[in-house]
Ligand binder design. Structure first.
Ligand code: GLV
Ligand code: GLV
Length: 322
């Protein structure tokens, strides 16, 4: 008999097809985030769970079904899962790193460009019938080339963002736990303390995971340190930024703009954020391409399958349980 798996929402077919070969699949067919009670119902008697970053898998859910043998998250970030609780019961937690790195770096640049050059605001302006011909002072943005890009957290995605900056001859500053010598050579990147990065960068892009340490890492004080002309980009996780403080900083022109793909209380936005013209706001699309979502689905499926084949999953967050 095949083991059983609960999939909390439809993912690309490649992943579902793969799962079908190895599991009895129960899929939530409704295209919405499940309530916690529905997740608890869904995993009852199941051997495996494939969940999304919008599913809160806290200690209670982790412990709800002693039969559960793997939690496979369809995301690279896993702050939605109580990993310590899973580890305490020797339950592997898997994620989807690597496959979405370049795609998320692309979107980071899309946000950087569109914020710096006011692309969305200008498009709205034109569609509203306000374009009456070229103007010497019309919708001026700021340059990107040869500016300083600050990368907070030089992991896979941060590095991919940095590599793209070479084409714009940008100076790169980064924070990380240790130096990345390869990238320093390749991109002339320089590792600095966060405060120095904030004071010197024209663009600050966040690429740290969300943890207790990184929550509200960018608040009032940090925003004040940034240049008045600086632009903040966040494609990591919303709670890394104190969103209220950011609204305040944008309003008072403490910083010039923000391009955000993630929000502190997603899908809600901090009051006032959506009214600000110097922001570009996207509905969490970092990895949202046809190709990459299919790869994520395949990897999430492979991770779950590996556990039942007694193999080491390609991407496991808590390998100590193996
Ligand atoms: C997306 O935010 C992810 O963590 O995969
Ligand atoms: C996430 O995959 C990162 O390391 O940036």
């Amino acid at each position: 008999m095949k083991p059983s798996i609960f999939v909390t929402r439809r993912i690309p077919q490649a992943g579902l097809d793969l799962l079908e070969q190895h599991f009895e699949v129960t899929l939530n067919e409704e295209d919405r985030v499940l309530e916690r009670s529905e997740i608890l119902d869904g995993i009852r008697d199941k051997d495996a769970l494939l969940c999304l970053l919008t599913d809160t898998i806290d200690a209670e859910v982790v412990h709800a079904n002693p039969k559960l043998r793997v939690i496979s998250n369809y995301a690279v970030g896993y702050n939605n899962i109580d990993v310590a609780a899973a580890t305490s019961r020797k339950l592997p937690v898997c994620n989807t790193p690597g496959v979405l790195t370049e795609t998320t770096a692309d979107l980071t640049w899309a946000l950087l460009f569109s914020t710096a050059r006011r692309v969305v605001e200008s498009d709205n302006f034109l569609r509203a019938g306000k374009f009456h011909g070229w103007g010497p002072m019309l919708l001026l943005g700021v340059d990107i080339f040869e500016k300083t890009l600050g990368i907070v957290g030089l992991g896979r995605i941060g590095s991919a963002v940095a590599r793209r900056a070479a084409g714009f001859r940008m100076k790169i500053l980064y924070t990380a736990q240790k130096n990345n010598l390869e990238l320093e050579q390749e991109c002339h990147a320089e590792r600095v303390e966060l405060n120095e990065l904030l004071t010197q960068s024209d663009f600050v892009s966040l690429h740290v995971p969300l943890t207790e340490k990184t929550q509200h890492m960018i608040g009032t004080d940090q925003l004040q340190m940034m240049k008045n002309s600086a632009i903040l980009i966040n494609t990591a996780r919303g709670p890394i930024v104190d969103e209220q403080a950011l609204v305040q900083a944008l309003r008072s022109k403490e910083i010039a703009g923000a391009g955000l793909d993630v929000f502190e209380n997603e899908p809600a936005l901090a009051p006032g954020l959506a009214e600000l013209e110097n922001t570009v706001l996207l509905p969490h699309l970092g990895s949202a391409t046809i190709e990459t979502r299919s790869k994520m689905a395949t990897l999430a499926a492979q991770n779950a399958i590996a556990v039942f084949q007694g193999e080491r999953p390609e991407a496991i967050v808590n390998p100590e349980v193996l």
